[in-house]
Design a protein around this ligand. Sequence first.
Ligand code: ZN
Length: 368
Amino acid sequence: MENQNQNQNQNENNNKNENQNQNENQNENNNKNQNENQNEDLYELRKDYFFERYVIVSTERERRPLPNKRRIIRTETKNNKKIDEECVFCVGNEHLTSKETYRLEDQNDPKKWKIRIVLNKYPAIKTIENTKEDQNGIVYTTKKPIGTHEVIIETTDHSQQIDEFSVDQMEELVHVYCLRLKELYEPKEVKYVSLFKNAGPGSGASQPHAHSQIVSMNLIPPIIKEKMDAFEKHPNGYVQVVEQEKNSQRFCYGNDSFVLITPFASFYRCQALILPITKIPSMIELTKPQKRDLADVLVQAYQGLRDLQTPYNVIFHNAPKNCKNFHFHVDIIPRMSSFAGFEYGTGFSISSFIPEVAAQYFRKKDEK
Ligand SMILES: [Zn+2]
């Protein structure tokens, strides 16, 4: 009798799940229908997967089917030369950079390098001995800064941008990222290490030679705190997102370990997101095949950015020290949004270019 009840309950639960799935599919289909009908304007408030952050999707504000290509970054490198005498990141000018902290040697010629890491000449964070201790006042609070800011020179070729990297070349870069992240987390004072790439005018990049940056610090940044709180409430958060989004119109590309999507409530125009299929707190924990898969999906993401012809920021969000409840993910932010009074005054973003359409930029050419 008890078994029968259990079975009944099980069946009811199954039915409930089925209904739920049907409803979800229904919603998805409604979205699809709305989006497929390009002539009909879409207006809705979309919430981020986990954060209390809304985007006002209003296609009425812009009736263009594709973003205009107004800012091109490929013209930046001079004359397509492999070496530029004036560039501090170029081969031959190694003496012009600050102290080198890591070098990936060329196996064919140990005198040559493939990737170099150097201290940033103008660091955002640096450790200064003998500065005053932390001060906690009612109005004025200061903290002793501890950390380092380094530049990762990604290629010896001045004219090569990251969107031209092969999967092999990207895999080497991912390997170096992981290695340096691990090392920079070692000092006991360090709580967080930020890894990111700026490219193009207005993105924060001051050098056209392909590079990324890594910054260690004795503070957990507010954005990371917000993410930690969200993952506390949703421990399988991004795993569930992958489950839903892999069959959506926002899915762009995927392999055994990662997917590339345009987020449902994209805060920035043509934003994209790389998520691992299983929960991985930090890049440091990636296995060799997973590093290869990340390189593969990054190559696809950068090719999408090349098609958009816009400056951009790519941010690798990793777990702070000793935080297991975190989902490693990569935010890809083309600098195409123009924020004004409403956005700065409310914290809302207005999106006139829906992620379902933006996804076409990040798909393989023959699938667009
Ligand atoms: Zn250069």
